[in-house]
Write a protein that binds this ligand. Sequence first.
Ligand code: OGA
Ligand code: ZN
Length: 334
Amino acid sequence: MSEEQKSWDSSQLRNYDIELEQIPRYHFQDPKVDERISKNQPVLITGSKLVKSAEEKWNLDYLGKHLGKSTYTVFLSKNHNFKYFDEKKIYSKSNPKGIEFKPPTQRLEMNIHEFMKKLKDWKKGDDRLYLQQTLNSTVGPSIVEDYLKFDWHFVADKKNKHMWGELTSNVLFISMEGNVTPCHYDEQQNLFAQILGYKRCILFPPDQFECLYPHPVYHPHDRQSMVNFDNPNFTKHPKFKNIKGCETVVGPGDVLYIPIYWWHHIESLLHGGPTITVNFWYKGGPTNLQYPLQDHQKVSIMRNVEKMLLEVLQDPQEIGPLLRAMVLGRYTDP
Ligand code: OGA
Ligand code: ZN
């Protein structure tokens, strides 16, 4: 995108004291796109027609009219952060193995008219909303038609070339301006297709694990960083000072490849109006272990060790002490 066409400015970005490079942007026909994907390196892909059928039509009015009568998953937050949590890991009578946890956002089911009305009437200081709904056949015939017109050849080509597994889902994100999805990683390959408005995406490679302090795997915030980017606690998280990452701003027509296990923080630009995204989540490819291991494979190994320890110890409280006893003074520098 040339400077003249740029439809946002840096005052719309939140301020973080982090060293960030720009993620390279390449036209979808540029061979560098596949070079980067094959190395699990992020890349911003321009000019593809992946979700053009949606870009031409999907705005709040159209979606309000055509999304149909079913209910949609909407998260409500008292602030701009929408930190994901796994409900299956929260304690309840039916889940005595879960842990005590107060969810930072509320999960609501809403019909689309209710959601669109709240979006239109929203004033600074009101609760914030973020619709995050897996696309399925209940979305109504017009939306299904637009969906079927996505450039499925484009994504099938990426899947085949790079030996990804199955497409698991497409999530529709409808966000208020200024909403933030805090830093986390997913265990899937992601083609993140922007439809309306602008989002800033900050990415970190899997080897930044130690700087980002992920919650334990048994915790409802599994895969989420414990660091609060708005106000980092350097006493608790000293290595966050050394964090290095890369960023880009995606706009309509852009597709960002977010590699499996790469950390990402995503913010809808301030004062930029609502944003709409559809992602394409693919399972990772077959895991043939070739040495030296890749960084994301080491993260996967750590996840498995954590899961196994919980399985045998039963009590999450015992995992830390056991790991400390095993490691400190033995596997740590003197
Ligand atoms: C994702 C993701 C969050 C957002 O697609 O993996 O984390 O706010 N999206 O778009
Ligand atoms: Zn994600």
